[in-house]
Design a protein around this ligand. Structure first.
Ligand code: F6R
Length: 616
């Protein structure tokens, strides 16, 4: 939420900032702005709405040149998405400029205190107090980094802050608490950003900053301290993808590109973890076998799409480890005083590694003595940093706000964890679950099956376009098809802005069937023909069709039983029943993407949403 970029170097800072903000726009797109240090002064521009508006403004009124600057793209929390509330925010003398991501919880008290000292505020934001405090601390110390440390000590809440001061040329300072900030190290230039995507076109060398650290960038130096000024340890690393991964690559939308990348993302997530002989090696997660054997309870915490991956994980974990598994929305977890202790394993799933609800849940679990394993797509982000163990998904950067390839790779990572634990506990190869070898073999062939699915999506697109004027679509599934139904409904809500709901098909008769009316589209995920649930769901399809529903049936190749009851039939290749969610989700992603496009919506940046939800 909110994207931040800072730059110190030799290039035109305004253009570096704008191109960085373009790559961060997925984090928020309510308004944007930048501030450039000029010869002894500070020039700023801000605009409500998308970044394109700021670019228009800069074309009409270009800023004076400068090679040090900061910029911001906003997802509004305090104050509406107006130009006045857009960042950067300035002090009264207009010498300090600050951009911020997060929430300053004690801003009202600080604002009142500043007002008493004669400061006047120009916006409704919590951020503005930081600019005023920074001006005061700088006046007292004459050192911008020291001033930032002093301000951080006064703030409650979660924040990334980046600032410049007109009296301190060629210098950008930043700070982070519970919110991301990464340094990019280029040739004679440095960057500060919420995400490496902002500077990947310039450098792949990065430095991860830790909690409560303050950084000062000057030509030729990066200095990192804690908030008391003590030198801090940092971790330099090389980003393992390049700029092409963060570009559309010929697709109209990032989401389409990311759907098409799923076969590769799944193959990359499996690579080096299951070999051609079917041996599974997951020592990289760093949880000793005895720890895995002693675990007596597993709790998966996650939000949104990642939560749906967690729902699928439960089936795999209980099947292959025989350890009871709960799946909980991260935002609910700590508020019910969950029963967690040193024998619990909490699995936190997050694409971004920044989601505040998930972070708070894992902190709560660790305080209670549990071990936390993160499943994450973003190297060096906060959730894996604060976990006991981590398994990275290798989906590459996911830019579209709606998650697709991250979901499939999260599901794959959950299967790997379940199989690995089952192996350590000796439960994965019992007669009851003697399917492990088949699952591993089919996982290794999954990229090819997914490619077939991705290439056969034209009929799904056509169907989606034909439904553009509908108001409601329901999704039904059972067993592993149920989380798939929930995910299909979530994708449709967030992209097409339609009423969409997922139900466990067995629950239909207990209430939701009252929603069925003439020509209502209902998508049904059908399990394999040899599943004990297959015939039951075929009965469910008949029940809704008898009441007028227009049935859209997702069923495996060769399943003849569904044919008489399907108004529209989406065929998917056959796979092991545990792996079916990987295949069945793809048509639902395409369906939502195409329906949203047909309704004229912006698929990559749906209204009101931001990709990384860094506030609770
Ligand atoms: C939906 C979507 C969100 C995220 C959720 C968690 O398409 O993208 O529901 O899945 O906000 O985000 P991460 O995985 O970054 O923790």
């Amino acid at each position: 939420m909110c994207g931040i970029v800072g730059y110190v170097g030799r290039a035109s800072a305004a253009s570096v900032i704008i191109s960085g903000l373009k790559r961060l726009e997925y984090r928020g797109y309510d308004s944007s702005g930048l501030a450039v240090l000029t010869d002894g002064g500070l020039a700023t521009a801000k605009s409500a709405g998308k970044l394109a508006n700021l670019e228009d403004l800069l074309r009409q009124r270009p800023l004076p040149g400068g090679s040090t600057a900061i910029g911001h793209t906003r997802w509004a929390t305090h104050g509406g998405p107006t130009s006045a509330n857009a960042h950067p925010h300035l002090d009264n003398a207009k010498r300090v400029a600050v951009v911020h991501n997060g929430i300053i919880e004690n801003f009202a008290a600080l604002r009142a205190e500043l007002a008493e000292r004669g400061h006047e505020m120009a916006s409704e934001t919590d951020t503005e107090v930081v600019a005023h405090l920074l001006a005061e601390h700088f006046a007292a110390t004459g050192d911008l980094a020291e001033a930032m440390r002093g301000v951080c000590r006064r703030l409650d809440g979660a924040f990334t802050l980046v600032a410049v001061h007109a009296d301190v040329p060629d210098t950008v300072v930043g700070a982070r608490r519970d919110s991301p900030l990464v340094v990019g190290v280029g040739e004679g230039e440095y960057f500060l950003a919420s995400d490496v995507a902002a500077f990947i076109a310039h450098t792949r060398e990065a430095i991860e900053l830790g909690q409560d650290q303050v950084v000062e960038l000057r030509p030729g130096s990066v200095t990192v301290t804690d908030v008391h000024g003590e030198p801090a340890e940092v971790r330099p690393y090389t980003v393992d993808w390049d700029v092409s991964a963060a570009e559309k690559g010929g697709y109209d939308q990032f989401m389409l590109k990311e759907i098409a990348e799923q076969p590769k993302a799944v193959a990359d997530t499996l690579r080096g973890r299951i070999d051609a002989e079917g041996n599974l090696t997951l020592d990289e997660i760093g949880l000793a076998a005895h720890v895995l054997r002693e675990v007596d309870k597993i709790i998966v915490v996650a939000c949104g799409t990642a939560f749906h991956a967690g729902l699928i994980a439960r089936y795999a974990i209980e099947r292959w480890t025989r350890v009871p598994c709960e799946v909980e929305l991260a935002s609910e977890f700590r508020y019910r005083h969950p029963i967690v202790d040193s024998r619990s394993l909490v699995v936190a799933i997050s694409q971004s590694g920044e989601t505040m609800d998930t972070l708070m849940a894992l902190r709560h679990a660790r305080e209670a003595g549990a071990k936390v394993l993160a499943i994450c797509n973003t190297n060096g982000s906060t959730i894996p940093r604060e976990s006991d163990a981590v398994l990275y998904t290798h989906a590459g950067p996911e830019v579209a706000v709606a998650s697709t390839k991250a979901f499939l790779t999260q599901v794959v990572a959950c299967y790997l964890v379940a199989l690995h634990m089952g192996q350590a506990r000796g439960t994965a190869d019992t007669a009851w679950s003697g399917d492990v070898a088949t699952v591993k073999r089919e996982l290794l062939g999954m990229d090819k099956l997914l490619s077939q699915v991705v290439e056969a999506m034209e009929p799904v697109r056509e169907l989606a376009r034909s439904l553009r004027d509908k108001n409601t679509v329901l999704f039904l599934g059972r067993h592993l098809g149920y989380p798939v139904a929930l995910e299909g409904a979530l994708k449709l809500k967030e992209l097409a802005y339609m009423h969409a709901e997922g139900f466990a098909a067995g629950e239909l008769k207990h209430g939701p069937i009252a929603l069925i009316e003439q020509d209502l589209p209902v998508v049904v995920i059908v399990p394999r023909e040899d599943s004990p649930l297959h015939d039951k769901i075929v009965s469910n399809i008949q029940e809704i069709r008898a009441r007028g529903a227009r049935t859209i049936v997702v069923a495996e190749d060769g399943d003849k039983a569904v044919v008489p009851y399907a108004d529209h039939l989406i065929r998917t290749p056959r796979t092991h029943s545990m792996l079916q969610p990987l295949i069945a989700t793809v048509p639902l992603q395409v369906f939502a993407c195409e329906l949203a496009t047909a309704r004229g919506n912006e698929v990559d940046q749906p209204r009101n949403l931001a990709k990384s939800v860094t506030v609770e």
